[in-house]
Design a binder for this molecule. Structure first.
Ligand code: SF4
Length: 384
């Protein structure tokens, strides 16, 4: 039997009317190669524009404690089960966390996300965080998000009272796939933490890591579950292959698949903040810009144990794609020549900023031929 052609713009209109994308359509969205990914992104962009206009929220992570974690999450370089050469350090000082937040605010960051390794909070840690959050509210005045593992209802209330806006705790994957990812805590432990944050009145943030051997239906399950739980902020991470981790690379992710996944989350969770999380640079590659049609938010300057693109590069991508930074204005380019510094190797292209010296044409001299254009490599202007 012939299937009728999929119509992503009909999905967009239905999402805007509050209708839920059917599971059959969701499966097609991910797997049907006859659905053009640019058309899909444009349709998801219609939904995104309705709720967020052209704004992009930029988040920055401060990994305040690295490594030394007793849990065994297979994707994480900080897990006890990982041999990744992670730079382990105990919790940063309060003053360092405050200073980093001030810098992030000055540089246009919308939300400052603090992440600490470990299974979860105990009473002492909850008190320490309450003190830090109070200082961030009084001394910096930036929106905050905290990711500290499992959190009880009482601890969530304490953090809320101290000024926390949002608690992050990802579902990471579906219920049935979770035992393949971690054995030291359960899917239900994760759901409980999200619900504790909600009951305490905290805004909450919960998402997924794709590329960990999951099926399309696992992705669907997470997208529908987050909708059912009314989660307003959904980071979608793409597994970064870190040597030494138990879960390394399943070869499941292409730039196009990453865009499809982001579109899926946008259609199923139309009004949620959908954020491109870890792995953006390496998995989306040249389609990073297209991701801004379904997603309205991203991280800058790296993740927990890996580096990411610098703010200046990300801000330029946002501007070039016709979107706007939400919050403080992006810093202006130092010079037009900066736009042409395409990598670290100065021999490739290294234009000088500032005024050029006057150029006087010389009489042509015979030259050795090199390459099809006849340039000797000095930059004829047509080969780059
Ligand atoms: S994800 Fe969090 S809880 Fe799991 S191993 Fe890494 S730091 Fe520990």
């Amino acid at each position: 039997m012939n299937q009728t052609a999929a119509n992503p713009f009909a999905w967009a209109d239905a999402a805007l009317k509050g209708e839920v994308l059917s599971k059959d359509d969701a499966r097609r969205l991910l797997a049907d190669e006859s659905i053009d990914v640019a058309e899909l992104a444009a349709a998801a962009g219609k939904v995104r524009r309705h709720y967020f206009g052209k704004k992009v929220k930029v988040h920055q992570i401060n990994n305040v404690q690295n490594g030394l974690c007793p849990e065994d999450c297979g994707y994480c370089g900080q897990a006890k089960s990982s041999d990744a050469p992670v730079n382990k350090y105990p919790m940063k000082s309060e003053d360092e966390i405050i200073e980093d937040a001030k810098k992030a605010k000055e540089q246009g960051v919308f939300r400052y996300c603090m992440v600490s390794s470990g299974r979860g909070l105990n009473d002492k840690k909850a008190d320490d965080w309450s003190r830090i959050l109070g200082r961030l509210r009084d001394e910096v005045g930036i929106r905050t998000c905290l990711s500290v593992g499992l959190v009880s209802y009482e601890q969530a209330c304490k953090l809320k009272e101290a000024g926390l806006d949002r608690l992050n705790h990802n579902l990471n994957t579906s219920e049935q796939h979770t035992p393949n990812i971690v054995s030291s805590h359960t899917y239900q432990d994760r759901v409980d933490t999200i619900q504790n944050a909600q009951k305490a009145g905290l805004d909450n943030c919960s998402g997924m890591i794709c590329g960990m051997g999951e099926s399309d239906d696992d992705i669907l399950e997470v997208a529908y579950r987050l909708r059912d739980m009314k989660v307003p902020s959904i980071p979608i991470n793409f597994l970064i292959p870190i040597e030494g981790n138990r879960l390394y690379d399943f070869g499941q992710l292409s730039p196009e698949r990453c865009v499809r996944i982001l579109c899926l989350f946008r259609f199923i969770n139309p009004s949620a903040e959908v954020r491109v999380g870890g792995g953006r640079e390496g998995h989306l590659r040249t389609l990073q810009t297209l991701a801004l049609w379904p997603a309205n938010s991203l991280f800058v300057e790296g993740y927990l144990v890996t580096r990411g693109d610098a703010k200046s590069k990300v801000y330029r991508m946002i501007e070039d794609a016709g979107f706007e930074l939400d919050g403080a204005p992006a810093p202006v380019d130092a010079s037009p020549a900066d736009k042409f510094q395409i990598d670290e190797d100065p021999n490739i292209l290294h234009p000088k900023a500032g005024k050029r010296e006057a150029w006087t044409p010389k009489a042509p001299e015979p030259t050795a031929m090199s390459g099809s254009c006849g340039s000797t490599g000095g930059g004829c202007g047509s080969c780059h």
